[in-house]
Design a protein around this ligand. Structure first.
Ligand code: APR
Ligand code: PHB
Length: 393
């Protein structure tokens, strides 16, 4: 087999890249190790920046999102028994966010890909990438028990944090930056109408809690828990009790409960690799960087990377100009680091840390109070949350 761009991974990064390349008239093959059902049912975050919404609309996959996505103009921060609204749109010249599950974005992208007949292979095994420093990189894999080789012009490593592409880069080329947080998030999807119109980010002495949503009938919640917490220790009753304890601190407000549809625990980590490329391999999305979910930036960053990569590949195929490809990492990393900082900042602002003493906690409360009462400080939150306009360097 031969193609122009070999894409490893059918998460948001790989699928969006495939779609953008198709629009640009560039061929690709997408190889995914999991099944279609697995990829379509993996529950992830659900906040899309306006620019991501615009990108998906421009890519012709926004129809269901326009119908089912919920446009939000603000978010709530809760601490010390009070809730404070950050009016995102008022502070950012009218920008909004859209609540639409990443799972749904993935389903829409897969449906669009299958409709055009462009190759997308699920359940591939033994994926290996070779000859990245030549002009004919190749991906070998098995599919349906048959070994195959895919010759490409370039390889896009969109295989997430645990993928194989990053590790193919010779030692000494990449520099890693990372931070692990001393907690994880227990995520819960529940068949119950949201108890709030907007997302609630709650700081509490028992730990952080987040009330989010997916639709008028489905809510999404998160609880800060210990990083190695066993999900078996968390019965549905215990989850609701803890959500109540952390969220029902505002007088008169109650949390509606309902059947739990899904629950799971995710570790919280920040990670960046520099550069995001080696020879003919380009890393995009979680393969190159991850953020804790507090700022809801993961998918939005992945969407940005693949936009930059598509533009660079279009220039290269169009006129042979490799300068944008050469500058791919630099163009992405500027935004990546801004999102890293914002995600770390939201995380440290809202979570409890075991090593905090009473003084640290008071500082955190004072900072929360400042973010909610100063226009300058709340604008900092708002403009980062809805997605900054940044020049590509
Ligand atoms: N071969 C083929 N596919 C692979 C391999 C491999 N060796 N290893 C991993 N994959 C697949 C995974 O099964 C997954 O479907 O690559 C895909 C990577 O997808 P994501 O992990 O969703 O990463 P990405 O597409 O970069 O999306 C970033 O997703 O993880 C969230 O919070 C993150 O929102 C962010 C977004
Ligand atoms: C979600 O709805 O899953 C969600 C929302 C906001 C976040 C993280 C996750 O910051």
């Amino acid at each position: 087999m031969r193609t122009q761009v070999g894409i490893v991974g059918a998460g948001p990064a790989g699928l969006t890249l495939g779609r953008l390349l198709e629009q640009a008239g560039i061929e690709s093959v997408i190889l995914e190790s999991r099944s279609r059902a697995y990829v379509e049912h993996r529950i992830r975050a659900g906040v899309l920046e306006q620019r991501t919404v615009d990108l998906l609309n421009g890519a012709g996959v926004g129809e269901r999102m326009a119908r089912e996505g919920i446009v939000h103009h603000g978010v709530e921060l809760q601490f010390d028994g009070e809730r404070h609204r950050i009016p995102l749109s008022d502070l950012t010249g009218g920008r909004t966010i859209v609540i639409y599950g990443q799972t749904e974005v993935v389903k829409d992208l897969i449906a669009a890909r299958l409709a055009t007949g462009s190759p997308l292979l699920f359940e591939v095994d033994h994926v290996a990438v070779a000859d990245l420093d030549s002009d004919r990189p190749a991906i070998s894999f098995t599919h349906g028990g048959v070994s195959q080789e895919l010759e490409c012009d370039v390889v896009a490593g969109c295989d997430g944090f645990h993928g194989i592409c990053r590790d193919v880069i010779p030692p000494g080329v990449l520099r890693y930056f990372d931070k692990e947080y001393p907690f994880g998030w227990l995520g819960v999807l529940a068949a119950v109408a949201p108890s709030s119109e907007e997302l609630i980010y709650a700081s509490n002495d028992r730990g952080f809690a987040l009330h989010s949503m997916r639709s008028p009938e489905v809510s999404r919640f998160y609880l800060q828990v210990a990083p190695k917490e066993d999900i078996a220790e968390w019965s549905d009753e215990r989850i609701w009790e803890e959500l109540r304890a952390r969220l029902e601190t505002v007088s008169g407000w109650t949390l509606s409960t309902g059947p739990v549809l899904e629950k799971g625990i995710t570790a919280m980590r920040s990670f960046v690799t520099e550069p995001m490329q080696f020879g003919r391999l380009f890393l995009a999305g979680d393969a190159a960087h991850i953020v804790p979910p507090t700022g809801a930036k993961g998918l939005n960053l992945a969407a940005f990377d693949v936009t930059v990569l598509t533009r660079a590949l279009s220039a290269w195929y169009g006129s042979g100009d490799a300068s944008l490809l050469d500058g791919y990492s630099q163009a992405c990393l500027h935004r990546v680091w801004r999102a890293q900082h914002f995600s770390w900042w939201m995380t440290t602002l809202l979570h409890t840390f075991d090593h905090y003493d009473a003084y640290d906690r008071r500082l955190q409360e004072s900072y929360l109070d400042y973010v909610c009462s100063s226009v300058a400080a709340s604008t900092t939150l708002a403009e980062n949350y809805v997605g900054l306009d940044m020049p590509d360097h």
